[in-house]
Ligand binder design. Structure first.
Ligand code: GLC
Length: 821
């Protein structure tokens, strides 16, 4: 039906064949007669009123609330009949932040709400909303007034927002989409789906992260559509001049997040949705998984193989076969007669044990978990009050309603025995939720939604997040001050507060190696930094070469776990012959050497909200070419990672951002701002360190608990301009850092042709046991004649090698070092 888009007078009412009261936005909406469904648009602004940091505008029928969340974040909500939904969000626990000052103005043609960095303008005549920076540039602008359409089937509304899109505007983010990094020209949706062996461009996958970053003429801002229903994003696909996002129900509620730096947009998104807790340091080691390692003798042999072959490893996983008939929280006593003893032995050998727990609870009146859930009415029910039943691994199952806080507390308590047996981490799977045959729950399943009841249409995308939240909170309570380790497949924005994620059932192919690299970068810039892929590919068989290239990428995956399906050949780092075993060992050892650097990047994320993997476009967003660079990234801000992603390739072109970069292996220096051809035979991988960096290094260890460090190594790379670095350290597995029991060392490196200086300062109360540092200076353009430490001539030995590297041992308390020609 054609409708004049500016004509907002028409209000058409539609019939419903099923009314779901919990999804309806306003109780008085009359539903009569069968009429065509028509989109309704906001009209002109008639009135405005202020309630503290909220400004409510109305066209007489519909209302829009503009809320100042922080100096850089403004939230917009729309209520078609002026009755806003409960202001409740699983994603945003920190709605009101510190706002220095905000202002409201009534101008001739528009109203404005501004902070000291951004202004939201609401056009009086047509209700179009725009955001403007301090230089009066429009950063984001409605193309159409916000609009809606009644949902004839369920009640409630489809809600829409359409913004202008510039021809050169790019879009990034949206979580785990297995597609090009730049989303311009794509239409995507969010509906958590179990997608075994997914294909490139397949959509949707396992997670719903309705947050994206726009980049226009070098300036960025973000939009977070906080709506848990199925959501849709059209990134100028249908019409190159328009960007649209909409939801199949719920409220049109989005956050405008000001930039202009992409890094700041992600940081600000994490400031409202939360950051990761610091993971236990063992979680950053190498993890080995398979569906499934059993019986006990197999698991022990696996452990033995790692230690005897001297391949570092911190965690072994038990997939579903450890359970009795796939009943969660039970053990198959035939395979694992004494789990406590086995786990203790593994632990004595430095292995943590992680077990899988799925949401499907077997219908079995002799099974205590089912009985407790049934008696307490903890399982999800359909609209006719019958329990939601579906088949998963255990056969006929019912499913806890994790959106009910009481159910979450119960679920969290169920982990007590597993923790007592010694289990160190929990892997939540199948929580989209996945059901054999139908895919997931029917739409009419009811959820408590923390008191804001709704159907599965509203709860589907948060089900997995609430499951892993229950798991995380339960473990945290049981383990007291120890950091929980959880991993989840499904999630919604904010899931990073509770868990790390893996990208699900990928495939052992070169294409999937590339997809994995993209997904990790995209997850990182979508606020989920602790992510990894199934190294080697879940289904299918990798060649040895592919597995090794995947291990190399894995070193720089925030979460490094090899995993494979049950019907595949053996898939351990030694499964492809001696030569590849040696290369795989070398790279897993590299992961352990870099652990203090990797751990520091996690701290930076936790404390400041910065992503861990940073695509090149985030580093140099003003360079338009970078919008399409997607096969390299930095880990933290100091290490440039350029994985080899093509079969048979032994070299690749590497683009280095501006500044100087050192080859990690050879220490050769390259000038950035251009591409270089880098050789990378199978036993190598192009990795570069930014000039001026101070990179901490551990000795090679077989697991994170093996060695008490007696001297910390630092590699210090010469730079002719000032560069800041930091390193974080603490106990590695407690929440002591919340009470300042940590140490953050900050370094400033600088140099000229005749000298190099390093300044150090510290923050925090943690005091490591070791007393000295082993400092290696790389890339000095001169042979040093003198080193002065805190004003005193250094008398110790100065090692100077033929690669012009200088090495000294110094007290950890030094504050200032000068190296002179
Ligand atoms: C799902 C998971 C996979 C796991 C398997 C058996 O396919 O994605 O990782 O191994 O279930 O539990």
């Amino acid at each position: 039906m054609n409708k004049d888009l500016n004509d907002t007078s028409e209000h058409i009412e539609v019939s419903v064949d099923e009314l779901d009261d919990a999804d309806i936005q306003h109780v008085n909406n009359p539903i009569v007669g069968l009429k065509p469904i028509v989109k309704e648009f906001l009209g002109s602004v008639k009135e405005v009123r202020q309630e503290n940091n909220k400004f409510i505008f109305t066209d007489g029928a519909a209302s829009v609330e503009v809320r100042v969340v922080s100096d850089e974040i403004i939230r917009v909500r729309m209520a078609p009949h002026s009755v806003f939904l409960d202001d409740f969000s699983y994603a945003v626990p920190l709605l009101d932040q510190k706002v220095a000052v905000f202002n409201f103005k009534d101008e001739k043609t528009y109203y404005s709400v501004s902070t000291n960095t951004v202004t939201c303008r609401i056009n009086k005549e047509n209700f179009l909303i725009s955001f403007v920076d301090n230089d009066n540039n429009i950063t984001n602008e409605d193309y159409l007034a916000m609009h809606w359409e009644e949902n004839a089937k369920f009640g409630g509304y489809y809600v829409y927002c359409t913004k202008k899109s510039d021809p050169d505007e790019s879009y990034f983010g949206l979580g785990d989409k297995p597609t090009d990094l730049n989303l311009r020209g794509k239409r995507l949706q969010n509906w958590n789906s179990d997608t075994y062996s997914f294909a490139k461009h397949q959509d949707p996958l396992y997670r719903s992260i309705p947050f994206f970053i726009s980049l226009k003429e070098g300036n960025a801002h973000g939009i977070f559509l906080d709506n848990t229903f199925k959501t849709h994003f059209d990134f100028a696909q249908e019409d190159p001049t328009k960007l649209s996002f909409w939801a199949d129900g719920g409220e049109l509620q989005y956050y405008y997040i000001h930039g202009p730096k992409m890094m700041d947009v992600v940081k600000r998104y994490n400031s409202i949705t939360g950051t990761h807790q610091l993971p236990p340091i063992w979680a950053l080691g190498y993890h080995q998984c398979r569906w499934s390692y059993y019986p006990e003798s197999k698991v022990k042999d696996l452990a033995y193989q790692f230690r005897s072959r001297k391949i570092p490893c911190d965690a072994l996983y038990l997939d579903i076969d450890y359970m009795d008939g796939y009943r969660c929280f039970t053990w198959n006593k035939k395979y694992f007669p004494n789990p406590k003893k086995m786990i203790k032995e593994l632990s004595d050998d430095g292995f943590k044990t992680v077990v899988i727990i799925d949401p499907g609870i077997k219908v079995d009146d002799n099974y205590w978990v089912f009985k407790e859930g049934k008696e307490n009415k903890y399982f999800c029910r359909r609209s006719d009050d019958y329990f939601m039943e579906g088949h998963v691994w255990p056969g006929r199952c019912q499913f806890p309603d994790f959106t009910n806080p009481e159910v979450r507390t119960w679920w969290g308590g169920l982990f007590k025995e597993l923790v007592e047996v010694g289990v160190a981490g929990v892997w939540n799977d199948m929580n989209e939720p996945a059901v054999f045959g139908s895919g997931t729950f029917p739409d009419d399943v009811r959820h408590q939604f923390d008191g804001h009841r709704g159907s599965h249409r509203k709860a589907h995308n948060v089900y997995g997040m609430q499951m892993v939240r229950a798991t995380y909170d339960g473990l945290k309570k049981i383990q007291k001050n120890k950091r929980p380790f959880t991993i989840t497949r499904a999630g919604y924005s904010g899931v990073q507060r509770y868990s790390c994620v893996w990208t699900g059932d990928n495939v052992a192919s070169w294409e999937h190696l590339k997809i994995g690299s993209l997904q990790m970068q995209r997850l990182s810039m979508s606020g989920l930094p602790f992510a990894g892929t199934d190294i080697g590919g879940f289904s299918g068989e990798p060649t040895g070469e592919l597995f090794t290239r995947w291990i190399q990428l894995g070193v720089f995956s925030p979460f490094m776990r090899a995993h494979s399906a049950g019907d595949t050949a053996e898939r351990e780092p030694w499964s492809f012959g001696k030569e590849l075993e040696d290369i795989n060992r070398k790279f897993i050892e590299l992961r352990y050497k870099l652990l203090p650097y990797i751990y520091s990047a996690f701290w930076e994320h936790h404390r400041y909200g910065f992503p861990i993997l940073r695509p090149i476009v985030m580093l140099e967003q003003e360079n338009a070419d970078n919008k399409f660079r997607e096969d390299e990234f930095t880990f933290g801000d100091k290490i440039l990672v350029c994985p080899i992603l093509d079969e048979g390739a032994t070299s690749r072109n590497v683009y280095m951002p501006k500044g100087n970069w050192y080859d990690y292996w050879t220490h050769e220096m390259y000038e950035g701002g251009q591409e270089h051809l880098i050789q990378a035979p199978l036993d190598s991988m192009p990795i570069f360190v930014k000039a001026g960096s101070v990179i901490p290094e551990y000795p090679v260890m077989q697991h994170t608990n093996e060695i008490e460090i007696d001297e910390l190594k630092f590699q210090i790379y010469y730079s002719d301009c000032e560069v800041n670095s930091f390193q974080f350290e603490d106990h590695g597995d407690t929440f002591g850092y919340e009470q300042d029991i940590y140490l953050e060392r900050k370094f400033i490196v600088n140099g000229d042709k005749k000298s190099m200086t390093i300044k150090k300062s510290v923050e925090g109360l943690f005091n490591p046991r070791y007393e000295t540092y082993d400092l290696k200076f790389i890339g000095l353009p001169f042979k040093p004649s003198k080193i002065i430490i805190d004003g005193v001539d250094f008398k110790g030995e100065i090692f100077f090698d033929n690669l012009k590297r200088v090495r000294i041992n110094v007290s950890k308390y030094f504050k200032y070092i000068q190296i002179l020609k």
